[in-house]
Design a protein around this ligand. Sequence first.
Ligand code: ZN
Length: 245
Amino acid sequence: MRASFQLGRIAGIRIGVNWSVLVIFVLIAWSLAAARFPADYPQYGNGAYVAAAVLTAVVFFVSLLAHEISHALVARRNGLHVQDITLWLFGGVARLSGEARSPGAELRIAGVGPLVSLLLGVVFLVVAALVRAGGYDGLALAGLAWLGGINIALAVFNVIPAAPLDGGRLLRSVIWWRTGDRLTATRWSSRAGQVFGWALVALGLLTFFTGHGFGGLWLALIGWFLVGAATAENRQATRRIGIPT
Ligand SMILES: [Zn+2]
């Protein structure tokens, strides 16, 4: 996946966007504007729903970017070179050159992303609660609540111990630490990633074919991507460690 256009640099790190982000952006903005916001606050006009939905979707992508930038900054602090960050169909990717040098470094680099998402989620919910306590009850509240929920969901999903999710790297760092063997650790986290990916594919297809909606297809697609990425990660690690350096 390559960046289709560049947004600029943050802390010297090139930030790019793949065109496939548009698919997610439209899906999120559309579902908020057409379903969620009107259901929560029926008193507004269409223009207000669309404006609030687009703004909420933009803030969501900024949250995603914050998650990736945190990985990149901690990676850099731990001696890795950060190539760039790209936002795409399944979220964001911070491309790092090389591997963490110790299980501790791996743990810090992988762990900071979900932590940032969790913190952002809590901040959005706290701001929503404060705004509500201040007497406001309107569309902005629906946006804040959604941002809080989605960031917390992102943190939880990302710590599932399955490569290539952050949780897969956390699992790898723990096995690496316990066994002293990075290759074994990579094999286990990749295997976990493949199993989890296939489980998502199965669950997604089941959801879709039992008539519970197109969300199932989306789930299956994410599962399919995870299986491929976990397999590639295992192959790459095996090859890299196979070369004496
Ligand atoms: Zn992450």
